[in-house]
Design a protein. Structure first.
Length: 93
């Protein structure tokens, strides 16, 4: 009986995990679509990227403090490293 109970618990756990992974994938796809729409709206409203960046990040980037600027940008926005690097590179050039 203990083996049967363990198998049932394992099956239920695996089913729940599969459902959560499916939901996470759907949410990721939805977030990508929403970000694309926001980007289009900002572009249509002629809002430059640098206006969306915290002033401290822009100042650090202009001062050549790339790593500090990327760190501050990531802290402020929750962005990944690649996105932070791209933003800082745009601010410098």
């Amino acid at each position: 009986m203990d083996v049967l109970t363990a198998l049932v618990v394992l099956l239920v756990g695996m089913t729940a995990m599969a459902a959560l992974e499916s939901r996470a994938r759907r949410l990721d796809r939805r977030m990508v679509r929403l970000e694309q729409k926001i980007d289009l709206l900002l572009k249509g409203a002629n809002v430059p990227d640098h206006e969306l960046v915290p002033a401290e990040v822009a100042a650090l980037a202009r001062a050549g403090e790339d790593i500090s600027a990327m760190k501050k940008y990531r802290e402020a926005t929750g962005a990944g490293l690649l996105e932070a690097k791209e933003v800082v590179d745009r601010l410098k050039g």
